[in-house]
Design a protein around this ligand. Sequence first.
Ligand SMILES: Cc1cc2nc3c(=O)[nH]c(=O)nc-3n(C[C@H](O)[C@H](O)[C@H](O)COP(=O)(O)OP(=O)(O)OC[C@H]3O[C@@H](n4cnc5c(N)ncnc54)[C@H](O)[C@@H]3O)c2cc1C
Length: 292
Amino acid sequence: MCDQQPITELLSGSRPLLSVEFFPPRNADAVDGLVAAAHKISACKPDFASVTYGAGGSTRDLSATVCKRMKDEVDLQVMPHFTCVGSTREELGEILDEFHSEGYRNIMALRGDPPQGEETFQSTEGGFSYASDLVAFIKDRYPDICQGVAGYPEKHPEAPSLDSDLDALKIKVDAGGSFITTQLFFDNAAFFRYVDRVRARGIDLPIVPGIMPVLALKQIKRITQLCQSRLPKTLEAELNKVESDPEAVRKIGVEWATRQILELIDQGVPGVHIYALNKAKSAVELMNAVRG
Ligand SMILES: Cc1cc2nc3c(=O)[nH]c(=O)nc-3n(C[C@H](O)[C@H](O)[C@H](O)COP(=O)(O)OP(=O)(O)OC[C@H]3O[C@@H](n4cnc5c(N)ncnc54)[C@H](O)[C@@H]3O)c2cc1C
């Protein structure tokens, strides 16, 4: 029996959705702490939660454990992420069958990042090279699954140009993507320009902006370097001024993200996806500020 509503249906409602992203911890002992954080966040009634898919081995198993515990123990609709990394087509099919039999009807379909310690993505022999291959595979096997795909307002780091990245997005969408969730960004102007360019390609799917509050300076510098999202000079200057005071950094980060979200909602986005970094306090502050 399955009661998961397709996210596209949720996105077409009258108020913008708020969703929250979690990532599986490195070891099983930390799952209880994550579930406790999810309980606190669920009190703010996000419309759904998503759980990232680890690059391999135990992290991957923990993704499934976290999804299941959030679905069964926390009052949250859960969308698992799913990547092509390290699996053959047959193995991907088996994992997908498990997702489906567990009742998930929304999946974020991705190529995936290279496993830790590896620089570039290598497709597995007998596996897939691009997210679009995975999207087509899922669509063929389970047409009832609603698939999210990733979009990059500031270009995917490996793409030679934003134009070629938009070509790749169009292929993913045509293969069966149902909505687009973006990479994190700190400058809404970059998102609005991106939406215009996506629309100019004839892509009319809902585009959900992904927002990450800055919670710690070192951490955000590492993350923005990896995903090549630009930290605006004004934000960086504000953060640098309070560098030695972690709580002041966090406050500035949450305030900036709140302003971003309020403007995005004001401009009519169908929803906002919060990269919560598994921290309840900031996610709760953000959601309360946005929902008023
Ligand atoms: C919302 C969101 C959630 C994420 N969740 C996870 C997660 O759970 N686990 C994880 O490991 N990573 C996750 N990531 C990171 C993501 O896996 C990486 O950004 C990865 O490098 C690219 O994934 P993709 O699905 O966008 O790949 P793709 O769409 O396949 O794109 C990868 C690169 O190949 C290019 N490309 C795509 N198709 C073609 C083609 N047909 N011909 C030529 N070039 C092409 C693109 O331009 C791009 O440069 C997430 C990212 C986002 C934005």
